[in-house]
Design a protein around this ligand. Structure first.
Ligand code: FPP
Length: 240
């Protein structure tokens, strides 16, 4: 069996944490129990990424489409996020984790917005893992927001149309300043992007697993990382 080369880890890992609902359904439990168990997977995976000194971990916690779920489930997800941030903040600080948010912050319920604001402010000087929480996040909304900002800059004369290039767009996305993901993991067997990081995933390696998110453990991430290290990334070129 291959072993993990700690010198050759992906700089940015992004995860679509899917399958909480099905995990609960298989056990005859309410969906929110699946989300709560998924929170334990989040704890374990964040810790491992910090230990391995991975630079950025982006977790898809709540999409712009997730508002269409029953109010009870939306409330449970927001409460879990607040609970996670309250419960983990000391350890995250100790582990030098920097918390960031991507998504439309202003539309979040007040307690979730407050918990995110406090956590991002408390950890903003940390130099270890960047834990990027995608909350009320949609890839298309992100591109719309970037286009609006760029249009304003053009209107105000701070940008010219001909100077706009890929780098300009990078700068106006929620992920400004972060590298694009090297590895995207999606759990629970589905094979789609679901409006996640549409611009940033252009050259990302995908790793899909049938494992449901609440069952996703250190060993699964280690397997994904080892398999990532065996991929040849060509970026449209011809190699070897
Ligand atoms: C997808 O499963 C998962 C979500 C929409 C939410 C993910 C949230 C957590 C893991 C909880 C805590 C998060 C943090 C960051 C502390 P699904 O409900 O769509 O599953 P299904 O496809 O089986 O129905």
């Amino acid at each position: 069996m291959e072993i993990l080369d700690k010198e050759n880890l992906p700089g940015h890992v992004a995860i679509i944490m899917d399958g909480n609902g099905r995990w609960a359904k298989h056990r005859g439990l309410p969906r929110v129990v699946g989300h709560r168990s998924g929170m334990e997977s989040v704890r374990e995976i964040v810790k491992l990424c910090a230990e391995l000194k991975i630079k950025v971990l982006t977790l898809y916690a709540f999409s712009t489409e997730n508002w269409k779920r029953p109010q009870e489930e939306v409330d449970a997800l927001m409460n879990l996020l607040v609970e996670y941030l309250h419960r983990e903040i000391e350890e995250l600080v100790q582990n030098d984790v920097q918390i960031r948010h991507i998504g439309r912050a202003t539309e979040l319920p007040a307690p979730a917005l407050e918990a995110m604001t406090v956590a991002t402010e408390r950890t903003c000087k940390n130099k270890g893992l960047v834990l990027n929480l995608a909350l009320n996040y949609g890839g298309r909304t992100e591109i719309v927001d970037a286009m609006r900002e760029i249009a304003v800059k053009v209107k105000e004369g701070e940008l010219t149309v001909s100077s706009i290039d890929e780098g300009t767009i990078d700068k106006y996305l929620y992920t400004a300043g972060l590298p694009d993901p090297d590895l995207l993991i999606r759990t629970s067997g589905d094979c789609r992007i679901s409006n996640f990081l549409l611009w940033q995933l252009a050259y990302t390696e995908f790793w899909l697993t049938p494992v449901m998110w609440p069952d996703f453990r250190r060993r699964h991430l280690l397997t994904a990382l080892i398999e990532f290290q065996q991929r040849e990334r060509r970026y449209g070129e011809i190699k070897g």
